[in-house]
Design a protein around this ligand. Structure first.
Ligand code: 7RM
Length: 642
C-alpha cells in the first residue's frame, strides 16, 4: 500500500473519509446525488425525472424530460467565457509538430462541419460513420454530429475494409468521413482506399467526405466523394444547436463479445456526458490549470470519454496524439509531456510494458515536472509495471489511478481518487460515486464481505442499480443487450470480468471470464477471430484461445484444421484475419492441427486448448468425455517449442 499523495486546497476529494462520506450518500440516494451533479451541465430544459431502471427488461433512462446539447456543453459555453482558451492540442505524428485549437476556433470548425452535415441531408437520429486517424477533423466531426443530433459511429482506423463494411451496414450510415491517409510512425495507411473497398456496391452510403491529411491523391468517385475542405469552405461558421432529449442517442461504438458479430453499444446524451464529465472531474481531480494527455485512440471508448467529451465538458485542454509510443523513440510520450506541459497522462499497461523494455533512460532524460497524475486503463496492470510507472515515470511524486471500466459503462467505475485513496499497485481500488460492485459465485449467489487471511473473496463482477453512463442498448438488438448483460445474474449487470475483493475492500480485476481476449488492451472475441478463419476456403474448423504474452498481456493462438486437398499456411491464415478484422486481431500463433479435442456431442473443449496454450503438458483433468483422446497428444507434439 502506498499512501495517497497529500491533497491540496483545490482537490475535489480532501481525504479518504471525504470519499467514504460522499460515496455513502451517492448509493443511499443516487437520484439526489446525480441531481446535484447534473448542475455541471447546461440544460435547455431541466429533467422531470432523474432515473428509471428495470434490470429485467434492461430499460434504463436518466434525466428524462431534460433537454440539452453535447456540443453546446463541450464548446459553446466555454467559447463564450474565453474563446482564446485552448480546447484541443493536436500532437502530429511528426515529433515537435503541434496545433493548438482554442474554443473559439473549435466552435467555428464544429459549426461549419455541422452545416455541411445538414447540407448532405443528415438529420437528427441519422448515423454517420467516422473512419479517421487521430486528427482534429475527427473531433470536429464528432461534435458536429452531436450538434445536429446525428449519431456518430467511430470505427477505429485499424479495422479492415470488411470490418468497416459490417459496421457501416449495421448502423446504416449514409455518410462516411475519412482521410486520404493516416500516419503511424514511419507508416502511411491508405484509409480512403480502404473505405472504397468497404463501400463498394453499398447503396446505403451516399456521401464520402475525405480529409486531406497527406499529399496523397486518392481516387475520388464523382457524385459520392468530396474533399472535406471543399465542403467546409462553403459553410458559414454559425450553426444553431439541436436541443436533444436526454435519452436521444449520442453514439454507437462497436465492441467484441462472445459471438462472431460485434455489438453496437449505444450511449445516449445526458447521462453519458454527465458521467464522462464527472468521472473526469473527480478521478483526475481536474483543475483549470490542467493539460490532459490521454494516449488512447478516439476509435476506442477511452478516447470518446477521456480525450473528447470528459475534458472538453470540463474546459480542460486535451491532447490528440496521432503517433505511437515508440516513434521516433521510446521517449516520445515524455517529450510530448514536456513540450506541452501536460499535467495528466492517461495510458495503458501494454504501452508501459513496451516502454519498460527500453529501460529508464528514455524517461529520465526528460523533465516531466508538469505531471501530477498518471492513469492506467484497459487491462490489469502488473504491480511491477505499476511501480515503474509511479517511481520512474512519475518520479514517485505523482498519483497513479488504475481505472477499471468498459465500453458499456461509458466511464470509469472503479478507481482511486487523487488525494484520498491509498494506492495499491495492481488494484483499481474503490468504486466511484453511485457505483455498487458485487461479486457472484458460480451458483449465482452474492459473495459478501472482504477477504480475510486464508479466505479470499472473489467471483464474477456484477453491478447493482444503474449509473448515468451505462449503455442503453445494443443498436438494433435490445434482446441481445438483455441476454448479454442482464441474464447471467438476474437483477444485475454482468461485466464479464472476474474480480477479488481484498481485506480493505479494494477490487482486483483478474481478467475476462468469457470468450473475450484482452490483447494489448483491445477487446477481441475469440468467436470473431474463429469466424474470420472459417471464411477461408481451406479451413474446416478453428478454435482460438489466449495465452500469456509478455508485451500484449494476452496473445492469440489459433488451432486450425484445414482441408486435406487444399494448402493454407499459417501465414495465409494470419493474413485472412488481418483482412477480415484488422492487424491488431491477427493471431500470434497459428497451429495447423489434424483435429480438435471434442466431446462426443461435438463440442470443442477449449479448456484443454487453453491449457496447452498456457504451457500445460500433462494435467488436463478428465479427458474421458473426449471423442478421440489421442488428438491431445498429437496437438501437444505440434506445440513443442512454442
Ligand atoms: C476502457 C476499456 C473493457 C475490459 C474490461 C476489463 C479490461 C479495462 C481495466 C481492465 C483491469 C483495469 N473498455 N479492463 N480497464 N482490467 N484493470 N483498469 O478498456 O470495453 O475496451 O474493455 O477491459 O476486462 O472488461 S473496453
Amino acid at each position: 500500500m502506498i499512501p495517497a499523495k497529500a491533497p491540496h486546497s483545490s482537490s475535489h476529494t480532501a481525504s479518504l473519509e471525504a470519499y467514504h462520506e460522499r460515496y455513502a450518500r451517492s448509493v443511499e440516494d443516487p437520484a439526489a446525488f446525480w441531481a446535484d451533479e447534473s448542475a455541471a451541465l447546461d440544460w435547455f430544459r431541466p429533467a422531470d425525472q432523474i432515473m428509471r431502471f428495470d434490470p429485467i427488461t434492461a430499460e434504463i433512462a436518466w434525466f428524462t424530460g431534460g433537454k440539452l446539447n453535447v456540443s453546446y456543453n463541450c464548446v459553446d459555453r466555454h467559447a463564450a467565457v474565453d474563446p482564446t482558451r485552448t480546447a484541443l492540442i493536436f500532437a502530429a505524428n511528426a515529433p515537435g509538430e503541434y496545433r493548438h485549437i482554442p474554443f473559439g476556433e473549435l466552435l467555428r470548425e464544429v459549426c461549419r462541419f455541422a452545416n455541411l452535415l445538414r447540407e448532405l441531408g443528415v438529420k437528427k437520429g441519422d448515423r454517420v460513420c467516422l473512419y479517421l486517424p487521430m486528427i482534429p477533423e475527427l473531433a470536429f466531426a464528432m461534435l458536429a454530429c452531436a450538434r445536429v443530433g446525428a449519431v456518430h459511429s467511430v470505427v477505429f482506423a485499424g479495422f479492415s475494409a470488411e470490418a468497416l463494411r459490417d459496421r457501416i451496414l449495421d448502423a446504416g450510415s449514409a455518410v462516411v468521413v475519412t482521410a486520404n491517409e493516416g500516419l503511424r510512425g514511419d507508416k502511411a495507411i491508405a484509409l480512403k482506399a480502404i473505405v472504397d473497398k468497404a463501400v463498394l456496391g453499398l447503396d446505403v452510403v451516399k456521401h464520402v467526405l475525405v480529409a486531406r491529411h497527406t499529399p496523397a491523391e486518392p481516387h475520388m468517385v464523382p457524385g459520392r466523394d468530396q474533399w472535406l475542405a471543399d465542403g467546409l469552405g462553403r459553410q458559414r461558421p454559425y450553426c444553431p444547436v439541436e436541443w436533444m432529449d436526454a435519452e436521444d442517442p449520442l453514439f454507437i461504438l462497436y465492441t467484441s463479445g462472445s459471438t462472431g458479430k460485434p455489438k453496437g453499444v449505444l450511449h445516449t446524451t445526458a447521462g453519458y456526458l454527465l458521467y464522462a464529465a464527472r468521472t473526469f472531474h473527480y478521478v483526475f481531480d481536474a483543475q483549470p490549470t490542467d493539460i490532459h494527455f490521454c494516449t488512447a485512440d478516439i476509435g476506442w471508448v477511452t478516447g470518446h470519454s477521456y480525450i473528447l467529451y470528459g475534458p472538453l465538458c470540463n474546459a480542460v485542454p486535451s491532447v490528440m496524439f496521432e503517433s505511437t509510443p515508440l516513434y521516433p523513440d521510446a521517449s516520445r510520450y515524455w517529450q510530448v509531456v514536456d513540450d506541452l506541459g501536460a499535467t495528466i497522462l492517461y495510458t495503458a499497461p501494454t504501452a508501459l510494458r513496451a516502454l519498460m523494455r527500453f529501460g529508464d533512460e528514455p524517461v529520465t532524460r526528460t523533465s516531466r515536472r508538469s505531471l501530477r497524475i498518471l492513469g492506467s486503463v484497459g487491462e490489469p496492470i502488473n504491480p511491477g509495471v505499476w511501480r515503474w510507472f509511479h517511481d520512474v515515470c512519475g518520479d514517485g511524486r505523482c498519483t497513479v489511478v488504475d481505472t477499471w471500466w468498459q465500453t458499456e459503462t461509458g466511464g470509469i467505475l472503479i478507481s482511486g481518487l487523487p488525494g484520498a485513496t491509498p494506492m495499491e499497485p495492481g488494484s483499481a481500488t474503490l468504486p466511484f460515486f453511485g457505483v455498487r460492485p458485487l461479486l457472484m459465485d458460480a451458483d449465482g449467489r452474492e459473495v459478501h464481505g472482504n477477504s480475510s487471511p486464508g479466505h479470499p473473496v472473489s467471483g464474477n463482477l456484477c453491478l447493482a442499480g444503474t449509473w448515468p453512463g451505462q449503455a442503453r442498448t445494443i443498436f438494433g438488438d435490445h434482446a441481445r443487450f438483455v441476454q448479454t448483460y442482464f441474464s447471467a445474474y438476474p437483477g444485475y449487470y454482468f461485466t464479464g470480468d472476474g474480480c477479488r475483493r481484498d481485506e480493505n475492500g479494494n477490487y482486483w480485476i483478474t481478467g475476462r471470464v468469457d470468450d473475450v481476449l484482452n490483447v494489448s488492451g483491445h477487446r477481441i472475441g475469440t468467436a470473431e477471430v474463429e469466424s474470420a478463419l472459417i471464411e477461408h476456403a481451406a479451413v474446416v474448423e478453428a478454435a482460438v484461445v489466449g495465452y500469456p504474452h509478455e508485451l500484449k498481456g494476452t496473445g492469440i493462438r489459433a488451432y486450425v484444421v484445414t482441408r486435406a486437398d487444399m494448402n493454407a499456411s499459417a501465414a495465409d491464415l494470419q493474413a485472412q484475419v488481418r483482412i477480415a478484422i484488422g492487424a491488431f486481431a491477427m493471431p500470434d500463433q497459428v497451429i495447423l492441427v489434424p483435429g480438435l479435442p471434442k466431446t462426443r456431442s461435438g463440442k470443442i473443449m477449449r479448456r484443454i486448448l487453453r491449457k496447452i496454450a498456457e504451457g500445460e503438458r500433462e494435467q488436463f483433468g478428465d479427458l474421458a468425455t473426449l471423442a478421440d483422446p489421442g488428438v491431445v497428444a498429437e496437438i501437444l507434439d505440434l506445440c513443442v517449442g512454442l
